[in-house]
Structure formats: structure tokens, C-alpha cells
Ligand binder design. Structure first.
Ligand SMILES: Nc1ncnc2c1ncn2[C@@H]1O[C@H](COP(=O)(O)OP(=O)(O)OP(=O)(O)O)[C@@H](O)[C@H]1O
Length: 234
């Protein structure tokens, strides 16, 4: 099953075409890397997948259903991290998550589980305003994970993280995929990092998909991810 599928998805700001007839297929249980140079259209695609933008043409399907016709039901199954997450800085991580849990009707026990999962359980009672960038990123992931969604959509989740934070994020994504069965769709510019975790990949250039398939298939010709990426984008 494809957890995400776009059919001839096209989008433009005013008269400028940004995405041209995108046909993406993200298989269930993949860690799917979405690659492209600056301005290629990654964030715009992600906003369309989350229903934050509406396509001029084409459609987005999540879990086999059309997003525009089933938004609340489908978005409940998606955890997302885009741009910087917004928190109440004067509250603890625990209380930030509690607000979300109440809004979503989720039990309190899930708060501790989620803090544990993202490695924040010992820091969960500290004010979020004093958190480091990495801790805020982990809290953003906790918010995305609080209702245990089967699909995660992450736009540049490693942004602003130091090397240790990047390693921790890598291990967390691998755990979420292997032990919790999540499908993860993520964009990133860190090719070496992606190479360590992704199973599938799409390369977008100037709003068009240049390749999609397994990582092995992409690197078949040139031998490594960086060379394949450069071939498709320069
Ligand atoms: N609100 C907007 N109004 C007009 N043009 C926009 C807007 N947002 C993005 N664009 C343009 O759309 C194109 C794609 O942008 P997008 O942010 O999707 O690219 P990206 O692949 O995510 O880039 P990056 O890697 O730099 O984040 C770019 O040319 C950008 O300038």
C-alpha cells in the first residue's frame, strides 16, 4: 500500500509554476527521503501533503483516500514537523504535551511514553524556553508523535542540530521505523545522513520528480547517493 500518493499534483504561486504534475508514491513502512536543491519545491510539496496549501491541479491521497475530501480523519493519522514548532515557552515539555493531549483526547500516560521515546523524560519538567535547539526539536517530534500516528512527515528535521543531535535524531527515526512500524517521509539536505537511514527516495528538481524508487536503485549507476543526486540536479 502507498501511504502517500500524489496524482498529477501541480501548484503555482501567482503565475509561477512551482510543482509540475507530481506523481509521488510513498510505500508503507519506508523511510522515504525527499531530496532537492534549495527552491526545488520540497516544502511546497510537504505543505500540500498536509493540506496547508491547495493544489491548482491534481490530488493528494493519504492511506488510499483523497485528502481534500477526508481532511480531519486523514490528518489525525499524520504527525508533522515543519518549520519551527511553536510551544508555550513558560511551560514545561510535559505541560505543553498535556495541552495537546487534552485537545486530542489522549490519555496522560501517553505523555510520559512520548517524552521517553524522544529522550526528554528527565528534562520533561523544565521550562521549554530554556531548552536547547536540539531539545526543542525533540519536543517538536514528541508533539508530532503524541497520538501515535502511523505516518510522520518531517521537513528538514535536522535543521539547527549539532552532530550529537543529528546522531540522536537518526537513532530515533530508526527506532520509530523498526520498532514502531512508522512510515517516515522526510526532506533533508544532509545526504550522508539520509544515506544511513532511508529505504526509498525521490529527487525533485525545478518542481519535477527526476527519480523515485529504492535507494539501491538510485545509486545503482553512480555508486553513491551524492553522485546520483548531483547527476539529477545539475
Ligand atoms: N509564499 C511564497 N510565495 C511565492 N513563492 C514562493 C513562496 N514560497 C515558496 N516560493 C517559491 O517556491 C519555490 C519552491 O520553494 P520551496 O520552499 O518549496 O523549496 P524547497 O525545495 O523547500 O527549498 P529549500 O531547500 O530552500 O527549503 C521557490 O522558488 C520559492 O521561492
Amino acid at each position: 500500500m502507498n501511504v502517500i500518493e500524489t496524482k498529477n499534483l501541480s501548484f503555482g504561486y501567482k503565475k509561477e509554476n512551482i510543482l509540475r504534475t507530481l506523481n509521488l508514491k510513498i510505500p508503507e513502512n519506508s523511510i522515504f527521503g525527499f531530496l532537492g536543491i534549495n527552491g526545488a519545491g520540497k516544502s511546497t510539496t510537504i505543505r500540500l501533503l498536509l493540506g496547508l496549501l491547495s493544489a491548482q491541479k491534481g490530488s493528494v491521497f493519504l492511506f488510499g483516500k483523497e485528502l481534500s475530501k477526508n481532511k480531519p480523519e486523514l490528518l489525525h493519522k499524520v504527525g508533522a514537523l515543519i518549520d519551527h514548532s511553536t510551544f508555550y515557552p513558560h511551560l514545561s515539555a510535559h505541560n505543553n504535551l498535556k495541552i495537546l493531549a487534552v485537545l486530542l483526547g489522549i490519555s496522560n500516560s501517553r505523555i510520559e511514553q512520548t517524552l521517553e521515546l524522544v529522550g526528554l523524560s528527565t528534562e520533561g519538567d523544565k521550562r521549554v524556553g530554556n531548552y536547547s535547539v536540539g531539545m526543542k526539536q525533540r519536543l517538536g517530534l514528541a508533539m508530532a508523535l503524541i497520538n501515535d500516528p502511523p505516518l510522520l512527515i518531517l521537513d528538514e528535521p535536522a535543521n539547527g542540530l549539532d552532530p550529537l543531535g543529528i546522531i540522536e535524531l537518526r537513532n530515533l527515526l530508526i527506532t520509530l521505523h523498526k520498532d514502531h512500524g512508522k512510515t517516515i517521509f522526510l526532506s533533508s539536505h544532509l545526504l550522508d545522513e539520509l544515506d544511513k537511514i532511508i529505504t526509498n527516495v525521490a529527487v525533485i528538481h525545478k518542481g519535477e520528480i527526476q527519480f523515485q524508487g529504492t535507494k539501491e536503485k538510485l545509486i545503482e549507476q553512480s555508486g553513491n547517493l551524492e553522485k546520483s543526486f548531483l547527476t539529477l540536479t545539475t
